[in-house]
Design a protein around this ligand. Structure first.
Ligand code: AGP
Length: 615
């Protein structure tokens, strides 16, 4: 998720764009850049680091005069954060310049074709391919920029919100969107382009939000023309007057970043498997795995090291890897692993999971594993982070920046990446039939939609939260794949509402925790149809007979559990191995609403940091 800003009008573009980028840093902040048309040519400056770093270097490098410009603050998905990979990007001729938020899935094949036609590339990004594709179309078809963008985008597979301008025609900006947001602010003889309205709200409250597969040519004199990218049909612009304030827009209209990130999960999961999963071709493609396939196939064991929520994702991976790929897995708290002088064999593979990529204990565990000769594979959400750079190979989650301290979309995108890896290895090892393999791919592709459906229980969950918000303790129970989800649900409640909670394997209750159960104890039980459903139902009966208050997460339509539990929250049916992607959703929302009702600081809970870089 990146931030894009553009301006064309009667004012100096530079200060507007720079301030706008600062407003969008919550969308990404590993590198930034700006391009200004100064009346004669394009002056461009970009750098690794935050917008304030850009501000320092711009003052030396480019004249900041000009009434047309674009700017970008990056959250890297392809290519590590550095000056070359940051946006904006020039076309080969230097006439065109682009900024882009999204992922072009077929950029490699497009790039190969452009190289054959003599184009050269300086960065590793998909964006530089797109701007040269646009240039190639403009030159070969001899069309205007708007038409060239349209023709080029019809060759693109992926997600984008782009802004492009041509120094030979500096009275317009061309924008387009698919899967990434883009707003156009309409001022008096001036137009603003941005990922959301925060960069231009102080100048105008009149905005057009492009819909998916729409593009617009924004001309200073002639105004805005919106077209459908596919069939070129004109679209009547719908101008709305914005009521939101700056802070609300940064949070996407949600009260907290945590709730926004819970609701971003359908897109985050989609972005994470985008370009890596093809149901039609029944393939999973992840460079980090393909390049090391032999090593994975010969691995005697996979050791997973992580902390907190990432450790819970690792536990889910243990079930998936052993169940599908038949590879022995051990999951270790990185903080324990690093100090206990573990036995690591040369055929072991270590997988390090970390949202921030900066967790000190996980980094130390990686260094220890490497010192003992292990191959270390990273699953991180921050491109170019310390852990990403310390591992031998890896696969990024594409969750976008996670601002809320309580990890939500990181958890589901980590499970998505780990599921892709386990499925790819199970296919390569032949431990899964082609039918089962295909069934998993089809189901994984449907997960974003099913997460959206799971989110629809929001009101029901809010009502349950109101009943139990004063609880002093809470138990979370799950079996199989959903035992780690029970742990994760308990962690969410603890860390943002400060209510003591414990996750347990449901069958383990009779070995002690059942003594805790009385009419004051809410027990959250994950009782979805797949897995050990009947066993969980009998666990629920045991709780019932001890007057515990049961909040059951059930497969939609389950009347059995509904007749026993005090409350039920439905999630769509899915495969057992993918059920954590759905069952975790109500637990995230339950902890969120309880914490909000208790007046807690949901995004920055007491005593916690987003990234634990200390030991
Ligand atoms: C989870 O909600 C917490 N924020 C915390 O447990 C976190 O998962 C843990 O500190 C690991 O962080 P990482 O994924 O960035 O390594």
């Amino acid at each position: 998720m990146c931030g894009i800003v553009g301006y064309i009008g009667h004012r100096e573009a530079y200060p507007i764009i720079l301030k706008g980028l600062k407003r969008l840093e919550y969308r990404g902040y590993d590198s930034a850049g700006i391009a200004i048309y100064d009346g004669n040519t394009i002056k461009l400056s970009k750098t690794k680091g935050k917008v304030e770093d850009l501000e320092k270097c711009v003052l030396d490098e480019i004249s900041t005069n000009g009434k047309l410009g674009i700017g970008h603050t990056r959250w890297a998905t392809h290519g590590v954060p550095n000056n070359v990979n940051s946006h904006p990007h020039y076309s080969n001729s230097g006439d065109l310049v682009i900024i882009h938020n999204g992922i072009i899935e077929n950029y490699e094949s497009l790039k190969k074709e452009l190289v054959k036609r003599g184009y050269s590339f300086h960065s590793e990004t998909d964006t530089e391919v797109l701007i040269n594709l646009i240039e190639d179309v403009r030159n070969n078809e001899n069309v205007k920029l708007g038409k060239a963008v349209q023709i080029a985008l019809n060759q693109v597979v992926g997600a984008y919100a782009i802004a492009v301008f041509d120094k030979t025609k500096p009275d317009e900006i061309v924008v387009a969107r698919l899967g990434s947001p883009l707003a156009i602010g309409i001022g008096d003889k001036e137009f603003f382009i941005a990922s959301d309205a925060t960069p231009f709200l102080e100048y105008t409250k009149n905005a057009i939000y492009l819909e998916d597969e729409e593009m617009a040519v924004v001309r200073l004199e002639k105004g805005i023309k919106i077209r459908k990218i596919k069939d070129d049909s004109l679209v009547d612009p719908y101008i709305q007057e914005l009521q939101l304030n700056l802070e609300q827009i940064e949070k996407g209209g949600y009260e907290h970043f945590m709730l926004k990130e819970i609701y971003e999960q359908p897109n985050a999961i989609l972005d994470t498997f985008r370009g890596r999963l093809s149901v039609e071709q029944a393939i999973i493609k992840m460079a980090g795995i393909e390049d090391n396939m032999k090593r994975f196939l010969n691995a005697d064991r996979i050791i997973i090291v992580a902390c907190g929520t990432s450790w819970h994702a690792g536990l889910v991976a243990e079930y998936i890897f052993e169940d599908l790929a038949r590879i022995p897995v051990e999951v270790e708290y990185a903080s324990e692993f690093r100090y206990r002088n573990p036995v690591i064999k040369e055929n072991d593979i270590v997988i390090a999971i970390s949202q921030s990529g900066e967790t000190a204990d996980t980094l130390a565990a990686i260094k220890l594993a490497k010192s003992k000769g292990a191959f270390v594979f990273g699953v991180c959400n921050v491109v170019g982070s310390s852990i990403a750079r310390a591992t031998n190979a890896g696969a990024y989650t594409h969750a976008g920046p996670e601002i809320g301290v309580a990890s939500t979309k990181a958890f589901t995108t980590q499970i998505t990446v780990l599921s892709l890896i386990a499925l790819r290895l199970s296919r390569a090892k032949g431990t899964i039939s082609s039918t089962d393999y295909r069934m998993h791919l089809i189901e994984l592709e449907m997960i974003p939609k099913k997460v959206e459906n799971a989110l629809k229980s929001d009101e029901n969950i809010k009502a349950i939260a109101a009943i139990y918000k004063e609880a002093s303790n809470c138990l979370y129970l799950g079996r199989g794949y959903n035992f780690p989800v029970a742990l994760e649900g308990a962690l969410k409640l603890k860390e943002i509402s400060y209510i003591h909670a414990e996750g347990y394997p449901a069958a383990e209750m009779k070995h002690g925790p059942i003594a805790l159960i009385d009419e004051n104890m809410p027990i959250v039980v994950i009782a979805t149809k797949k897995g050990h459903y009947e066993k969980v139902v009998s666990n629920i009966q045991e709780i019932k007979s001890r007057k515990g208050k049961i909040i059951a997460i059930v497969t939609e339509g389950d009347e059995t559990v509904k007749s026993i539990a005090d409350h039920t929250i439905e999630v769509p049916e899915t495969l057992e191995s993918l059920s954590p992607l759905l069952t975790t959703i109500p637990l995230q929302l339950l902890s969120y609403y309880i914490a909000v009702m208790l007046g807690k600081n949901v995004d920055q809970p007491r005593n916690l940091a987003k990234s634990v870089t200390v030991e």
